[in-house]
Design a protein around this ligand. Structure first.
Ligand SMILES: [Zn+2]
Length: 148
């Protein structure tokens, strides 16, 4: 059994329960459901997960909330587990992400607690952002986030 791609038009969908439906694959359209918070796919025979960064971010967020079904699913997919273990965190929105990211350098004044040479005025810090939306939101805040 398959879910039609048209599921992507259900933009207000928040919960999707597909328990024991003999599903073999999840549609790519799932990636476009930005309001989807609960995806229960226990007891299916899913071999194919949709490709893509958005799915990966969705799965990582669910795993952080200890979604038991996804934690089981990820046990059976070592390559997915490996990928997810490399997830990074966005410095602005704090959401996890995998491969699409912006690397920035922020020059900050060293904290007095840091054991570094006194002549150093500014220290470059590597900052990773998940998207250009977050890049646009960077501001004076970034300075404090970077020092934590
Ligand atoms: Zn972000």
């Amino acid at each position: 059994m398959y879910i039609p791609e048209e599921i992507k038009f259900l933009q207000k969908l928040k919960q999707l329960f597909l328990v024991r439906n003999n599903l073999e694959a999840l549609p790519e359209g799932l990636c476009q459901l930005k309001n989807l918070k609960i995806l229960d796919i226990a007891g299916n025979v899913i071999q194919i997960f949709p490709q893509g960064e958005i799915t990966a971010r969705f799965i990582i967020r669910e795993l952080e909330e200890n979604n038991p079904f996804l934690m089981n699913a990820i046990e059976c997919h070592p390559e997915a587990r490996e990928k997810i273990s490399q997830a990074k965190q966005c410095a602005i929105c704090k959401k996890p992400f995998l491969s699409e990211w912006l690397e920035c350098v922020q020059f900050v004044s060293p904290s007095k607690n840091w054991k570094i040479s006194k002549n150093l005025q500014l220290i470059p810090l590597q900052i990773l952002l998940c998207s250009y939306q977050c890049f646009d939101q960077r501001g004076p805040d970034l300075f404090e986030i970077a020092q934590e």
